[in-house]
Structure formats: C-alpha cells, structure tokens
Design a protein around this ligand. Structure first.
Ligand SMILES: [Mg+2]
Length: 211
C-alpha cells in the first residue's frame, strides 16, 4: 500500500494562495532565484505504508515494556529520546522509508525537475530520513538535479521547525528572501512561515508553465 507521509504538524493551516511577499504562488515560484522542494508527495511518492510504520514503532516501545505516550508517529519519534529508545524508533521508521524510497514513483514536479529545464539552484528538505531521500532521488536520476538534501536526521530538528529549511537554503548559497519552498502539506506551509520563506503549493508550482 502506498500512502502520503503523514503531516507532522497539521494544526496550522498554510496559506497556499500567496507567498510571503504577497505574490500568488505560481508568480512567486517563477520569480524565485532558488527552489527548495519537499520530497514525499511533492517530487515523488515513497511506497510506505505509514500504518505499518506506526505499528513497528509501537512495537519498539513494547519491546522495552513501555506504554507509548501517543498514537501519532512523529510524536512517538520525538518522545523516544526521553524514553531512551530513540535509535530503535528511528531505525524502525527509516527501514520502511529506505525500502519505500527504492520503490517510489515520480510525480509531475519530479519529472519536470529531471528535465533540467529549470536551471535554478535546488534542494530537498524532507521529513524523511536523509538516506531514504537520497535513495529515492537516485532511483529516479534526480540526485544530479538537486544540490543539497536535508532530511529529518540531517540537522538537530525536523520540519515544521524552520532549521532544516534554512539549512537547505544555506547549503545552496541561496537567500531566504529569494527562495521558495514547494510542498504538499500544511506542515510544509508552517515550516516556510516560521523560516520567513515564501511557500508555494505543488499545484501552484506546476501552474508555472514558463519553467
Ligand atoms: Mg510531503
């Protein structure tokens, strides 16, 4: 079964109509000097059954005779540190992601990026582990089209914290004011807002036919 990466932080609705500078999304996308893309659901789709991942993470808690404090996968990952099982939980998730990355399928934005018609600096900022991101990109020949990859384990925090997005922008020597973040979830919008970066929905990025 294939499913979209569950939203890490869906409590805040992203404004998908206008970017930080008030432009509509497709105009903001066209005007940017650099682009950071979310991965799953944006450039491609990982073949991951997230219900199974949650079951395995719950099992990692159970193996230590621990009662999971929540049913939310990403909260279970965040809580694992204080429960002393961070490595086991991270690996339980990452194993599914690496497998699903090798079996991923490209989405239209990924296919367009692969065409190399867009020559702007590009990076990926994902909630997936970095290894899975790289496997997925390599699977579709997108690794050469992306100049930097920041996954949930690349820096000290993960989306919707702004740190990974800003790290991705820094890695491609881009200016946050001249960069857009393209994503498919409310959490991506929150990430962009917190980083002070214009957010562009996948639909608005695809609507720009000049790229
Ligand atoms: Mg996504």
């Amino acid at each position: 079964m294939t499913d979209s990466l569950p939203d890490a932080d869906p409590y805040s609705e992203a404004d998908t109509l206008t970017g930080a500078d008030g432009r509509v999304g497709s105009d903001a996308f066209a005007a940017a000097d650099a682009v950071v893309y979310d991965l799953d659901g944006t450039l491609l789709e990982l073949a991951v059954d997230w219900d199974r991942v949650a079951e395995d993470v719950t099992a990692a808690y159970a193996q230590q005779a621990l009662i999971p404090p929540t049913e939310d996968l990403w909260k279970l990952l965040d809580a694992a540190e204080e429960y002393g099982i961070a490595a086991a939980v991270e690996e339980a998730i990452a194993a599914h992601e690496r497998e699903g990355a090798a079996d991923s399928r490209p989405f239209p934005l990924g296919e367009r990026l692969l065409s190399r018609e867009d020559t702007r600096p590009a990076a990926v900022c994902s909630l997936n582990c970095e290894a899975a991101c790289r496997i997925a990109l390599e699977t579709h020949g997108l690794d050469d089209a992306v100049d930097a990859v920041v996954g949930r384990d690349s820096v000290g925090t993960h989306k919707p914290d702004p740190e990974p997005l800003l790290a991705a922008i820094d890695a491609i020597d881009a200016d946050p004011d001249r960069t857009v973040f393209v994503g498919d979830s409310a959490s991506d919008g929150v990430t962009a807002e917190r980083a002070g970066v214009a957010f562009v929905s996948v639909a608005d990025a695809l609507a720009d036919n000049d790229i």
